[in-house]
Design a protein around this ligand. Sequence first.
Ligand SMILES: Cc1cc2nc3c(=O)[nH]c(=O)nc-3n(C[C@H](O)[C@H](O)[C@H](O)COP(=O)(O)OP(=O)(O)OC[C@H]3O[C@@H](n4cnc5c(N)ncnc54)[C@H](O)[C@@H]3O)c2cc1C
Length: 349
Amino acid sequence: MQTVRKDVVVVGLGAFGSAALWRLAHRGVRVAGVEQHSIGHDQGSSHGDTRLFRIACMEHPGLSPIALKSLELWTGLAAETGETYVRQTGLLYVGNPGSKTITGPQAAGVPVELLTHEQVVARQPQYDVQPGQVGVWDPGAGICYPERNVRAHVAAARRLGADVHANTTVLAIEGTTVYTPTLAIEADQVVIAAGAGLRHFVPDLPLKHTPTPVNWFRPKDSADFSLARFPAFIWEFSDEMSLWGHGSDEGYAVKVGADPVATVNVEDAVARAFPELEPKPFAVRPCHVTDSPDGQFLVGRISEHVTIAGGDSGHGFKHCAGIGELLAQLVLGEPAYCPTDFMNPHRFS
Ligand SMILES: Cc1cc2nc3c(=O)[nH]c(=O)nc-3n(C[C@H](O)[C@H](O)[C@H](O)COP(=O)(O)OP(=O)(O)OC[C@H]3O[C@@H](n4cnc5c(N)ncnc54)[C@H](O)[C@@H]3O)c2cc1C
């Protein structure tokens, strides 16, 4: 077995790990990344062409600075490569006044626009909005592109000198040595960003694996479901069900997901909420979410030499570039650019 020596080794090059690799390489750190599949693969949590990008995050007020950091980093990378990593079309939250869907984005500390019931109906005739429901418009929101962005992080890291071992499974981590079938990578620090595989390396973490498909629908006729007319949305349709998605972009159809996935039939939900869409999806792709008990990520040190990032809880992609920057800061002992306590992996112990 060959042995190599690095400052940092990153295990798992999906959303969080690829971004950490990039931000560490950006600092001139000698870093290696190991990924069991190809880069930008469709076997983890970071595939399905698009993800919602939000700045006024309803899940926690501490998330907005991280989304803004992702935006800053992706905008800088786009200027280098000429690719688009985030498309800001705005996002509409719809729900009952007083619900978390409406109050959460308002508490995020970034500019939003409140919309009356009548304004929501006038803007979005495609919705069958419930009486009394209102809206919040997050103008900086839109969509981002999981496979493309992950590949771009890894390509940028490679240009900056990172070693990338794709199609290589990490079999074990002992201390700060990472073992693949043919290689031992000795490092000062290890970052584990293995998504659903995180518990394989850190079994005590209270994480739950939830299969969550990506569903694409087509309009029945000429009703306008383009991204410009039908921007990204999160709609608390009833006490039992929320819907999320966005209109069709170049090469994509209308994406709709329903929560909670375990109890809501997405075809019934689409038939009730968007009568102008065909209720049968024309494409469904399996994907999965790794949930934490409080729905927030686990990002931080678990020992002197090991830092983890996981528990994506279904809303992590938009934050991944910002989390990558945070991981680089945490690993190197730099001051963090935003508060991290709410993501502390020790908060459940
Ligand atoms: C259907 C769906 C819709 C979503 N919608 C949104 C959205 O609209 N907006 C949003 O922000 N987020 C959304 N998310 C969540 C987002 O996609 C996740 O937060 C993010 O992809 C998680 O990234 P990760 O790095 O934790 O996991 P992953 O991207 O899965 O990365 C983990 C990586 O580790 C690798 N790995 C695991 N074990 C090993 C090993 N032993 N050796 C080597 N490599 C290993 C895996 O192969 C994988 O590449 C959605 C998720 C799903 C499933």
